[in-house]
Design a protein around this ligand. Structure first.
Ligand code: ZN
Ligand code: ZN
Length: 218
């Protein structure tokens, strides 16, 4: 997976096909160069994926005649380069599965920036008794585990019962974080002499014999 920042840089690069004038698609490089078995020297390549491009349309006949197997050419260029070259492809599907989508990248980048901001706010959030940055990180399943673990510790420091609903209502995908977040909730409950009613899950006093919310005997 490419880093968001590098991807964004590539998404901004505009290259055009000299043969059909169409904009080239940014694609993740395959691990090996089809021709010589060497790497591409770049994590992305820009390719003309226009099936009507003359290079591609005329390539079939040429390759069949020259090499006796199906194939054609696509125009391609490496990032930062001025001059491209044609490359052989085995089918019209080649490279279409690894197109880097700028809008999806923008979205990913926004999430990444939000994560970064929440991480930066973590330390101050203890003093400010602000549970939001920690909650954001704990509930962001794509955020780095280290930050999410730290967020659990921060929540414990802040010791605010208001965080419990957020964690209980979140569906975790990462089991380790789920366990740590649940442990944090239990510790916060204990530190506040509270527990959750086993029937209605409302927060009640540790010593309560009857739940004040659902009325059930405990
Ligand atoms: Zn073209
Ligand atoms: Zn209850």
């Amino acid at each position: 997976m490419l880093s968001c920042e590098r991807c964004l840089k590539y998404a901004e690069e505009k290259h055009y096909c000299p043969n059909c004038k169409g904009r080239l698609s940014c694609c993740e490089s395959p691990p090996m160069h089809v021709g010589d078995g060497l790497g591409w020297g770049s994590e992305v390549i820009f390719i003309c994926l226009n099936d009507e491009c003359p290079t591609f349309v005329n390539g079939w006949e040429y390759i069949e005649a020259q090499y006796g197997h199906p194939g054609s050419y696509r125009y391609m260029i490496l990032p930062g380069q001025k001059k491209g070259e044609v490359m052989m492809v085995g089918s019209s599907q080649a490279f279409t599965g690894c197109i880097v989508d700028p809008e999806a990248l923008m979205e990913q980048n926004k999430r990444y920036q939000d994560e970064k901001k929440a991480l930066e706010q973590l330390d101050d959030s203890i003093k400010e008794k602000n549970i939001q940055p920690a909650i954001y990180l704990i509930c962001d399943e794509i955020a780095a585990l280290q930050g999410r673990e730290k967020a659990c510790d921060v929540l414990f420091e802040i010791n605010d019962l208001a965080c419990i609903d957020h964690i209980r209502n979140h569906t975790f995908k990462n089991i380790d974080i789920e366990q740590k977040a649940n442990m944090t909730v239990n510790e916060i409950l204990k530190a506040n002499f509270k527990k959750e009613c086993p029937y209605c899950t409302e927060i009640i006093k540790t010593q309560a014999k009857v739940c004040m919310h659902c009325g059930k005997d405990l």
